[in-house]
Write a new protein. Sequence first.
Length: 530
Amino acid sequence: MDVMPLLLLVAGSAAIAAGARRTPVPAPLLLVAAGLAVSYVPGVPEYALDPHVVLPLILPPLLHTAATESSYLDLRAQLRPVALLSVGYVLFATLAVGWALYLLVPGLPLTAALVFGAVVAPPDAVAATAVARRVGLPSRVTTILQGESLLNDATAITAFRVAVAAAVGEGATWIGGIGEFLLAAVGGLVVGLLLMAPLHWLRTHLKEALLQNTLSLLIPFVAYAVAEQVHASGVIAVVVVALYLGHRAWEVDFATRLQEEAVWKMVAFVLESAVFALIGLQLPVVLRGLGEYEGVEAAWYALAVFVAVVVVRFVWVYPATYLPPRLSARIRAREGRPGWKAPFVIAWAGMRGVVSLAIAFSIPLTADGEDFPQRNLLLFLTFTTVIGTLVVQGLTLPPLIRLLKFPGRDAQAETLAEANAQAQASRAAERRLEELLSDERNALPGPLADRLRTVLERRRNAVWERLGQTNPVTGESVDDTYRRLAREMISAEREVFVRLRDGRYIDDEMLRTLLRRLDLEEAAAFRETA
């Protein structure tokens, strides 16, 4: 097996994603553009997107990362709009886009058109979270988009299976399709509920951080595989487990949390980068099989489908936003009258991504003993829809948000809330400390007891100081100055340790121990003021 293409893909996509951070262009767009350009460079190997790799091996860890970083409480508060988008919109888009393509392409069976509708129905989890993270959307809008992107793949994959069964002549019916959908959704939920508590128990009872993080890396694959084995939705199972683990992450020891955060950030960065690069690299594979549909005709179909996908989302989002408050006095009293800006952004943020391409490549080659109707055209239209939404909507979303002048996050209020929370926690810690010190079994010399009190006081004051004045000379805030001075002191200690190692006064093992202690001190100094 030649691993060089895989190494080149990972290394190249990571380098482009890192460089994108220095530009105003979102990384997904640069990666897709780079993939498109590189796909025509002579000598570049062909990267064929294998749905048997993407769906069970790439999708679960990306969903796990997004879900653990989401808020279960926020998602529960926005359950209605999330459900309307992740289930209602995907089914509506499957029917509406499929019907539009059926009317557009002569000779295309309705069942094949509905297969395509299911393929392009779900906005992609990777695209949504990557762009939302970059542009800084309001928290409620971000929660709705993230919640939708976590669950809509399950709806789309199930709708796709039902449509394919009808297209290949397996006698699928509406009742059978609804039954399969409910089985997949409820089954995925049940599998997730059954797995989440035992997996969390195992995490909290493993004594080594390395073992806990190894388990953490396996969890999304286990949840997905178990659910798929019983013909349930692996996507829903992964999301349910990840939301629970993220909500209970405070019960895991600090070493595991520190390692886990670093490990999953690296995994998400590598996979997201490779996924968007793969989208661009698919162009030669798609064009090679286009066949009779070329030139102006193919471009017209691509443009018409792109417009249909965008318009259908607007057609769904605005009624789904305005009708519930009109129909329910309780919703109206709780949420007030919805404005037009948030629905507009939600409707415009419907970028498609690698999941649509992966589903498209799993369209069977034959139906009823013959070639699947216009399969290559469906692959081409999926590709152009994904590229079109990423480029057009992805590029215009940041300036659109600035133009609409969404109110930004209230940093002052957030800092005040943080300071109040820290003050309450510090008071509880002080009471506990005094209780412990009053017991002669916990007797400490005065300086060490005072040191514990000083640590508490510094942690409490650090947040309040962020509300204070900046340094008139440097323009730094108090916490910025504290952080800089702490790093300078630690850097001076680190240089001495290295010099002592080089002079053979200490060995490398001792150096690693001392440097880790300094690293933890530096991390603590940063977190106290970050």
